[in-house]
Each structure stands twice: as C-alpha cells, then as structure tokens.
Ligand binder design. Structure first.
Ligand code: C2E
Ligand code: MG
Ligand code: MG
Length: 253
C-alpha cells in the first residue's frame, strides 16, 4: 500500500522535512541542522524513515525521494537566505544513487542548487559508511566524493564506526566531516571513551571536523567537549522537529 501511494504522496507533499540541530558544545550555538524525512500519511499518520526507506531502497523510489527532500531543502534555504539567516543543512544520500554508476545524480543536485541560488558549501551531503561495503565501492565513493565537492557541496561520512569500515577510509575519502555513530557513546566504559578521544584527535589531524551523533546525556556532552568534538547532535539538545519549531528553537538557543 505504501509503495502504490508513493507518487501521490510526492504530488501532495506528504513527505515533510524535520530538522535536528547540530550544536557547538562550547557556545551552545546552533551551527547546522540535519534534514530527516517524515511521512505524514493520510491513513497511517506520521511515519518514520525506518517504516518506508527500506521499502523504497528495494523498489528504487529512494532516489526520487532524496531529490524531493533535497529540492525542498533548497527552497527552505532560499527563504532563509532572503532573511539573512545562514545555516548549513545536511541531507542524507542513499547508496542507491551509487548503482547508477555514471554519477549523473551529482549534476542534477548541482542544477537544483543553482536554480535556487544557493551559494556553494551551504549544503552538506551525508553518505553512510555502509555505502562502502567492498574495496571496489571505496574507489567509486572516492571519485563520487571528489565530484560532490567540485559541485559545491560539503560532504560527510555518516554513522562512522557502526559497520565494518576500516580506519583507512579516513585517508581515502576527501570529506569535510565525520559523524561518529551513537554506538560509540552507548557503552560508557573507559575504553570506549579512550577510543572516542583518540579518534577525534586523529580526525582533527586529518583536517576534518567531528560531529557526535545520538548524544542524550549531559555527561556525554561534557566528555565530548573535553575531547574537542566540534558539534553535537542528539536528543540532549533536541529531537528532529518540523521546520517552524526548528526556526523558533534556534532563535531561543
Ligand atoms: P541518520 O542519518 O544517522 O540520522 C540520525 C538518526 O538518529 C535520526 O533517526 C535521528 O532521529 C536519530 N537520533 C538523533 N539523535 C538521537 C538520540 O539522541 N538518540 C537516539 N536514540 N536517536 C537519535 P531517523 O530520523 O529515524 O532517521 C533514520 C535514518 O533514516 C537516518 O539516519 C538516515 O540514514 C535515514 N534517512 C532519514 N531521512 C532520509 C532521507 O531523506 N533520505 C535518505 N536516503 N535517508 C534518510
Ligand atoms: Mg544522516
Ligand atoms: Mg547518522
């Protein structure tokens, strides 16, 4: 039923942008936000990505959904830029785009960005490390990241440390930011924190910024701040919220 309703849902704008802030732990200022899809379904109510993204990854619709979310993000940014509000937003990119190996999606993203007059390096594309399941994938992703950067986007590795990727992808991939997976922080053992502490130093040495994801407690924030983590994203600061709430929240913050 969800698959059959997809085109209608796009036409009726049932997919909505929720935004979760990325906050600097030193100043508590909002330095960015991640755009996350929610589906306001007329029959089933509010659906979360886990309810429908696996389906759209199987039937190929995910690419269209990503384009939709990206274009809506550009529209929002254009509105903000007119009011002099500058904030970097990131959008997620499915690994399905990789399967179309001519990487033509990058040109399409660039064309949409330019049609809304969004300056370069205002939008970040998040790639999950699960895109790089084999050595072969890494070569493709490496090329893709360089082309994404040339097209005027920032680029990050999402959920780093969650899967089976090795540390060497950090040297192979020319990304701006590494997002450490929440798994690093759920186990609060001393060993875990030692890894996080040194990982942050390593990523900084490689001239990339670090975002800690899924941060829920004050203790986690304090430890990450001490370790020099650049930005923090998690329920401790705020859950993903509708655009209007995000606008109000970031002003108050
Ligand atoms: P992600 O990109 O890693 O996004 C972070 C997920 O962690 C979000 O789940 C967010 O709500 C959740 N999260 C944030 N802070 C906390 C916390 O403190 N504690 C816990 N337990 N969770 C936290 P969400 O919104 O359900 O999204 C799940 C995944 O779906 C995303 O993971 C992303 O991979 C994917 N996704 C979301 N929107 C899109 C989209 O437009 N396109 C594509 N291709 N994937 C998307
Ligand atoms: Mg993400
Ligand atoms: Mg993530």
């Amino acid at each position: 039923a969800l698959a059959a309703h997809f085109q209608q849902a796009i036409a009726d704008h049932e997919f909505q942008l929720y935004i979760q802030p990325k906050v600097c732990p030193n100043s508590n200022a909002v330095k960015g936000g991640e755009v996350l899809v929610r589906w306001q379904h007329p029959k089933y109510g509010l659906l979360f990505p886990g309810d429908f993204i696996p389906l759209f990854e199987r039937n190929g619709k995910i690419c269209e959904l990503d384009f939709y979310m990206f274009e809506e993000t550009c529209k929002l940014m254009q509105k903000w830029l007119k009011k002099d509000k500058q904030i970097v937003l990131s959008v997620n990119l499915s690994r399905a785009h990789l399967l179309i190996s001519d990487l033509s999606f990058i040109d399409k993203f660039r064309e949409i960005k330019e049609s809304y007059h969004i300056p370069d390096n205002q939008i970040e594309l998040e790639l999950t490390e699960s895109m790089m399941l084999s050595r072969q994938d890494i070569y493709m992703v490496k090329d893709m990241i360089n082309r994404i950067r040339e097209a005027g986007f920032l680029c990050s590795i999402d959920d780093f440390g969650f899967g089976y990727s090795s540390l060497t992808i950090l040297k192979d991939l020319n990304v701006n930011t590494v997002k450490l997976d929440r798994q690093f922080f759920t186990d609060e053992s001393e060993k875990s924190w030692m890894i996080v502490d040194h990982l942050i130093k390593l990523i900084h040495k490689l001239e990339m910024t670090v975002v800690g994801e899924g941060i829920e407690s004050n203790m986690q924030v304090n430890k990450l701040q001490l370790a020099g983590c650049n930005l923090i994203q998690g329920y401790f600061y705020a859950k993903p919220m509708p655009i209007c709430d995000f606008e109000n929240w970031s002003v108050k913050q």
